[in-house]
Design a protein around this ligand. Structure first.
Ligand code: PA5
Length: 382
């Protein structure tokens, strides 16, 4: 169960949104874009293929090394982080998400003696971090242990065909940050043991809840008009931290262009109440928040008076109240528990609402000329 409260902790109350008009627009988006075609994305044959590959790795006591950056790794990290136990994923590693030589060196040492399966994920197949990391790593693993996830028109695709690597395809029409429900996100999460059927059920239900998809987009736009230039995604459960990082990328790259957009950032509480709390409560009033409140823990630990879950809930409510008193506004999203259904729901909710926001802002959601700019400069300097 997910409950959106976009009024109690904001100053936006009787908000007049012509839902019917916007619903028509949203329906058009849904019907014309393949990344909302959930049935097609969760195609049974494709899921079976990924499941078999994952079973084979496990049967061979393998570890999975995911090589990706931006939209090619943040999605799987978000879902794995939210839906698995804290120390359960010692058989999943990440690389290619920086150019740190020390990281790569230490990772190679850590992987010595392990049966490494390399999942290189890149839609374009030409991102520098990925190609360079792959250049080093492919010499360290057996060719049959390489799994390439890419677009049919990328150079990586041709290489995979030539070398007979395992190959998973990212549909041409789905861009990096929207690719969470393609093999870019789905293969790693299947390996992590996440129930994709429940994820799919949640995603499909989110599409039905169009009014909140529309409302959230308009509320953040209203807050922006009031001078709130920053949106902080806030959680009190560290498992959601990677999910917030995924949101940061989704909103940042999709809407931050043409000198427009709200700057997204992430806050992990109660940790950051002891670092950023002061600024948020009393500093420059440029920020509003979207707060994720998880109602139940999987395992609640008791203390003398209150359990940890109860303390965390009280901390969330107390902070929301304090912030409201200081005119710091918050959208509240209550999640009864972190499970596949709820996370699938939230993922699709934000994919759609973010895309819908590009309509309000009047920007093209699928480009990232700023990112391309840095890539170009880098290539030139090399
Ligand atoms: O959302 C995007 O399009 C980007 O963040 C890309 O995912 C990122 O730049 C990596 O690109 P690629 O998957 O082509 O290597």
């Amino acid at each position: 169960m997910i409950r959106f409260d976009l009024e109690r902790y904001t100053n936006i109350k009787d908000f007049d949104i012509p839902y019917d008009d916007y619903n028509n627009y949203l329906n058009r988006i849904i019907n014309t874009n393949s990344f909302y075609d959930i049935d097609n994305l969760f195609d049974e044959e494709l899921i079976y293929k990924m499941q078999s590959l994952s079973n084979e790795i496990k049967k061979n006591n393998g570890v999975l090394l995911i090589v990706g950056i931006g939209g090619s790794y943040l999605g799987s990290k978000a879902l794995i982080g939210s839906l698995t136990n804290y120390f359960d994923n010692s058989n999943i590693y990440y690389a290619g998400n920086s150019l740190s030589s020390d990281y790569l060196h230490d990772l190679l040492k850590e992987l010595e003696g392990k049966n490494v399966y390399l999942n290189v994920i890149s839609k374009s197949g030409s991102t520098l971090e990925i190609t360079k990391t792959f250049e080093v790593l492919k010499q360290k693993v057996r060719e049959e242990n390489i799994i390439v996830t890419t677009d049919k028109y990328s150079p990586l695709y041709n290489l995979a065909i030539e070398k007979r690597y395992n190959l998973l395809e990212i549909p041409k029409t789905i861009g990096g940050r929207f690719s969470i429900f393609t093999p870019a996100g789905l293969f790693p999460i299947i390996f992590a043991g996440i129930n994709v059927n429940e994820l799919k059920r949640g995603a499909k239900d989110a599409i039905l809840n169009k009014n909140y998809i529309i409302k959230y987009a308009h509320v953040r736009n209203e807050l922006f008009k009031q001078g709130k230039k920053v949106e902080a995604y806030v959680c009190y459960e560290p498992k959601l931290e990677a999910f917030l990082k995924w949101l940061q990328q989704l909103y940042g790259e999709t809407l931050g262009k043409n000198k427009k957009g709200i700057l997204p950032m992430t806050i992990l509480n109660t940790t950051d109440l002891h670092s950023l709390g002061q600024f948020i409560q009393e500093g420059n009033p440029i920020l509003f928040q979207t707060v994720f409140k998880v109602l139940q823990s999987k395992n609640d630990i008791k203390t003398k008076n209150k359990s940890f879950s109860e303390l965390n809930t009280i901390a969330t409510d107390a902070t929301l109240r304090a912030h409201l008193k200081g005119n710091v506004y918050s959208n509240l999203i209550e999640i009864d528990k972190l499970d596949e259904y709820n996370i699938g729901y939230l993922t699709e909710f934000f994919l759609l609402s973010c895309y819908y926001s590009s309509f309000i802002e009047g920007v093209n959601p699928f480009t990232q000329p700023g990112v391309e700019g840095y890539k170009r400069e880098m290539k030139e300097m090399l």
